[in-house]
Design a protein around this ligand. Sequence first.
Ligand code: GLY
Length: 347
Amino acid sequence: MNPVHFEDCSFLNLQAYFSSHPFSSVYVLADENIVLHCYPKIVSYFPPHRVIQIKSGEENKSISTCEIVWQKLTAANADRKTLLINLGGGVIGDMGGFAAGCYKRGIKFINIPTTLLAMVDASVGAKCGIDFMRYKNQIGLFNEPEAVFIYTDFLETLPERELRSGFAEVIKHYLIADKDAFEEVRSQKSEVSSIKWDTVVRKNVAIKQQIVEQDPTEQSIRKALNFGHTVGHALESFFLNEKQQKLLHGEAVAIGMVCESFISYRKGLLKDHELQQIAEVVLQYFNHTYIAEQHFKSITKLIAQDKKNEADETCFTLLSGIGSYTINQLVEKDLIRESLVYFNSLH
Ligand code: GLY
């Protein structure tokens, strides 16, 4: 796995990287918020480059945005020795890695994540892709960045809702791999605005790297990282198409973690008090979202389409206690519906 560097405001690792890696041209992929808030803090450490600015938001993680990137690269005659710098959150990193992987059969890219979600999850582990039709990350590939450079001070520019969204992935890591850290979150009840991110991000990158290194292409244990995401992705896709209410990725995963903990409990894998503790922590950080029963059918249909399924079977990663997991668990539709009813009952 390529290196993940932690930076302070002098960006020494980034500077060393550019002085030892010559490129024919360099492009920075960023959205309008990043161009405004983060780009000015780092631009002086970049070699001469052009910016490709795209529109923010999950709805723009699409093939048409990739076309814009490819058009700009093609119009400027960018060759295979070009570098793409993905400066931004999960959408920029996932889509930039995908666009880089396809342009002229692959150019190099680095990730400089600016959101908590991208720092602890999306920028590490080589999953790249775009949403297609109603499905999250339906088109994609495994494509490793040359390196990842993490500067946690970027989080100071992030709205609290975005920080909470990223915190869902932190809770997920602790639920699958670190019982003590989960207990710490549960007992400290800290506001996201008062958390010391440097330590948290380092710990979470280490958890993720340790899993990904053992199973880079998700044949087995990397599936642990999908906990909360089978229901979560379906909810995120469903609400993406609902005009009145959109859920951020982490908000959908937070609901997904409660539902999938309920399923774990009903399958005898998780104790009653553990389920309650998980629901309590999730509801401490996330407002409750009521999921109208009339939507259950569409949501279970989206779950049936999940790319983690095999043949016709819906495959989940479930918890077998706090801090441990079990993969490839088949779950019947009725139990998925019941988990949504359980989540609604917490309102
Ligand atoms: N976000 C889950 C993974 O990288 O496998």
